[in-house]
Design a protein. Structure first.
Length: 337
């Protein structure tokens, strides 16, 4: 099997010859490993199984001399401290909602990188990413406190904003899958959780978020048989797993072991929901030893991965506080399984 076939097999919940895996890095962690290996291009030799290409311009880590980055929604991100993502400055208000300039789904060149990735990298599983897709985009545009408050005190406005964002995402997905019909799946990035549970609560999520994400997920499945829907949501959101299954999600990420019992979840949703992640970035990688990393990663591969339904990965892009020796131990275990 090549990487693309292996991922497709795993997502069908069928046994695989080797567990597919994918590893991402924050800017500090990438620099640390480039120094460790003496190779700034070390990532090209990892054997990652997924190739993700953004559909809306998101250039993590990019910033000007003052530490700022401006995305195509006009949002300014302060990256003077957090070099990867940064803190957004809200740019949308109730007053400018009707005149706000939204990105053009058909903007020239939007999907050039997607088409190139399929042409140049045919053996990896190609995923179009819609980062900061719905709830995240709403609070980034309006402000976290402002949007969460609006969900309670001004539900009509909150729903209108979510609908407008979902409309854009559906158009982007349809345009992207038309421009590159051979895309294997789409991942929607949308952190709904904290370490304690669903941020706005499952009830409000189902009332306000669920209908919009259902439209987004449907746009992927309607584009062609076999295309997969991935959802990335940090935090303890296992209360939403049944909703994800019902709404058409095929694979959930990042599967944080600190807040979700990954073994119990894999057993409960066997054959219905695949998982991608599971390697601890809060405890194991920063605070474990190399031998502990090898032992735990091997256990995840054996117990979660061999029967299908699992893509091994750190629960998020590896943070800068993880020792290079631990990261190396994880990478070698993944590659040499």
């Amino acid at each position: 099997m090549n990487c693309r076939q292996r991922v497709a097999t795993a997502l069908r919940h069928e046994p695989v010859d080797r567990v597919p895996y994918n590893v991402g890095f924050t800017v500090p962690a990438h620099q640390k490993m480039a120094d460790f290996y003496g190779d700034p291009n070390f990532e090209s030799r990892l054997g990652n199984h997924l190739h993700m290409v953004p559909s809306l311009r998101v250039e993590w880590g990019k910033r000007d001399e003052g530490g700022w980055y401006v995305d195509e929604f006009g949002t300014r991100w302060n990256r003077s401290v957090d070099r990867d993502i940064g803190m957004p400055i809200p740019s949308l208000t109730r007053e400018n909602f009707d005149t706000f300039a939204w990105p053009d789904p058909q903007a020239p060149g939007r999907f050039d990188a997607l088409v190139k990735a399929r042409r140049d990298d045919p053996d990896r599983f190609l995923i179009m990413s819609v980062d900061l897709s719905l709830f995240e985009r709403a609070w980034v545009l309006l402000g976290m406190e402002e949007f969460l408050s609006a969900m309670i005190t001004d539900a009509g406005f909150a729903r209108a904003l979510l609908d407008r964002i979902a409309d854009l995402n559906v158009r982007v997905v349809r345009a992207g899958l038309k421009a590159c019909p051979d895309v294997d799946g789409v991942i929607f990035g949308d952190d709904f959780g904290t370490q304690l549970g669903v941020m706005m609560g499952p009830k409000l999520w189902r009332e306000m978020i669920g209908p919009c994400v259902a439209r987004q997920y449907a746009a992927v499945h309607e584009a062609g048989k076999g295309k997969k829907v991935f959802i990335h949501s940090c935090g303890k959101v296992d209360d939403l797993f049944e909703d994800f299954v019902r709404l058409g999600v095929d694979c959930f990420n990042p599967f944080q072991p600190e807040v979700i019992d990954v073994f119990a979840a894999k057993e409960k949703y066997r054959g219905r929901l695949a998982f991608y992640g599971g390697i601890s970035t809060q405890k194991l990688l920063p605070y474990g030893s190399p031998s502990e990393v090898r032992e735990k990663v091997s256990e995840l591969l054996e117990r979660l991965g061999k029967s299908g339904g699992y893509i091994a990965s750190p629960a998020h892009a590896i943070p800068g506080d993880a020792p290079a020796e631990n990261i190396h131990a994880m990478l070698e275990t993944l590659k040499n399984q």
